[in-house]
Design a binder for this molecule. Structure first.
Ligand code: SF4
Length: 357
C-alpha cells in the first residue's frame, strides 16, 4: 500500500468520529447519508438520518413514500430537490434492478441526484470499489498535498484532483480510505488554521513544506447573492390559516403562506386578497425575517390579516394541527411560529426569544 494511504488509514483506524452511516456497508443507508451530507455538517445530519431511517428503513418504503411525508422528513435540511430525487432514484432502482444498487461509479452516476462525488462514495464505501470520492473537504486536502494552484471551482481542476486522488488509492480498503480523506478534511486540514502538527500525511504535503497552507486551495469568489424582497401574508379565517403549495422554484413541493414578490403597500395586499375572492382587514405587522439560500437572500416582511369573507378552495385553509404536519421550508419558520401562536390564541404571550431562533 502507498505510504500516503497507509498512514492515512492507520490514523483513521486509530480513532475517528462515530456516525451511524459509518457502521454499515448497506448501499441504501450510505446513499441516503451521502445525499444528506451534501451542504450539511455531519453532526447536524445525525438526528435527521436516524429519523429518516426509522420512517423509511428500506428502499421500498422510500419509493412508496407520500411526497408530503417525505418532504416533512426532510424539513430543515434545505435543498429539497435532493429529497425529491431520492424518491425518483428509489423508484428507478426498484424497477430496473429489483432494489439492488449498481456497484460502479459509472453506473451510479446515471441515477437521479447522484453526481461524481456521491457515486464514488457509494461505490467505495458500500462496495469496496477502487475509486475516489472527492468532496469539498477532499478537494482542499489534495490541493494542499499536491500543491495545486488552479482554481478548485473549475471543473478541470476538480478532474485533475480526482485523478491525483485515484493515484493515491490503496489496492484494498478503499472504504476506509474514502472515509479517512473526508475525516482528515473535516477535523485536521481545516479551511483556516489547519492542524498540520497532528496531520498523518504532513510528510507528503507540498503546502506544509512550502508554508502555503493559507494560500491553498485557490478558490475564485462566487457571484454575490441576489437580494429578493418578499411579503409573507398570514391570512386567518376563524381558527384557520391560508396555505399554498409551491409548484415550482426553490421550494417546489413544500407548503408556504401567500408569498408576494416585493415590499408592497397595504392597499396592494388588499388588492391581492380581493383578486383571490377574499375581503380582509390588517391585524398588524410582525418582526421581519431573513433567509440565505445558496444564491438568493430573502428579506421578508410578515403581515397578518383577518379574512372576513372568502369564496376560495377549502383545501387551502388549515388549522394549527394540520399546519404542524405539513412540510414547510426553514425560510418561513418564523412566520409559521407567529401563525401557530396566533392560532393557539396566545400570540401576546408567545416568547420573543423563541420566535427569534
Ligand atoms: S500538512 Fe497541513 S495542510 Fe497539509 S494536508 Fe496536513 S493539515 Fe492539510
Amino acid at each position: 500500500m502507498d505510504n500516503f494511504a497507509c498512514r492515512l488509514i492507520e490514523w483513521y483506524d486509530h480513532g475517528h468520529r462515530n456516525f451511524p452511516w459509518r457502521e454499515t456497508h448497506d448501499p441504501y443507508r450510505i446513499w441516503v447519508s451521502e445525499i444528506m451530507l451534501q451542504q450539511t455538517r455531519a453532526e447536524t445530519v445525525v438526528p435527521y438520518y436516524n429519523r429518516f431511517m426509522t420512517r423509511f428503513p428500506t428502499i421500498e418504503a422510500l419509493a412508496e413514500a407520500k411526497d408530503d411525508e417525505l418532504l416533512k422528513a426532510w424539513e430543515g435540511l434545505g435543498y429539497y430537490s435532493r429529497a425529491r430525487n431520492l424518491k425518483k432514484c428509489a423508484i428507478l432502482v426498484l424497477r430496473e434492478s429489483g432494489g439492488h444498487f449498481p456497484e460502479t461509479p459509472d453506473a451510479l452516476i446515471k441515477l437521479p441526484g447522484i453526481g461524481p462525488y456521491t457515486a464514488g462514495a457509494i461505490a467505495s464505501i458500500a462496495f469496496g470499489c477502487r475509486c475516489s470520492a472527492v468532496d469539498g473537504n477532499v478537494l482542499r486536502v489534495m490541493a494542499r498535498v499536491e500543491g495545486i494552484e488552479e482554481d478548485i471551482r473549475r471543473p478541470e481542476t476538480v478532474r485533475q484532483i480526482r485523478e491525483r486522488t485515484d493515484e493515491r488509492l490503496p489496492e484494498e480498503n478503499c472504504d476506509r480510505f474514502s472515509n479517512a480523506m473526508m475525516e482528515l478534511g473535516a477535523c485536521i486540514c481545516l479551511p483556516k488554521h489547519p492542524k498540520c502538527g497532528s496531520c498523518p500525511v504532513s510528510d507528503f504535503c507540498t503546502a506544509q513544506k512550502t508554508a502555503r497552507q493559507d494560500q491553498l486551495p485557490v478558490r475564485s469568489k462566487l457571484k454575490s447573492q441576489r437580494v429578493e424582497k418578499r411579503d409573507i401574508l398570514l391570512l386567518y379565517f376563524g381558527n384557520q390559516v391560508m396555505i399554498v403549495r409551491q409548484n415550482e422554484g426553490l421550494l417546489k413541493g413544500m407548503y408556504s403562506f401567500p408569498n408576494l414578490e416585493g415590499w408592497l403597500s397595504e392597499q396592494e395586499h388588499l388588492e391581492f386578497l380581493h383578486s383571490h375572492g377574499m375581503i380582509g382587514q390588517r391585524l398588524g405587522e410582525r418582526e421581519a425575517a431573513r433567509h440565505v439560500f445558496s444564491h438568493v437572500i430573502w428579506e421578508m416582511r410578515i403581515y397578518e390579516y383577518r379574512v372576513i369573507r372568502h369564496n376560495g378552495d377549502h383545501e387551502n385553509w388549515v388549522d394549527g394541527t394540520k399546519l404542524e404536519s405539513l412540510p414547510m421550508a426553514t425560510a418561513i419558520k418564523k412566520a409559521r411560529l407567529y401563525c401557530l401562536a396566533r392560532l393557539n390564541q396566545d400570540a401576546s404571550e408567545f416568547p420573543i426569544s423563541l420566535l427569534q431562533k
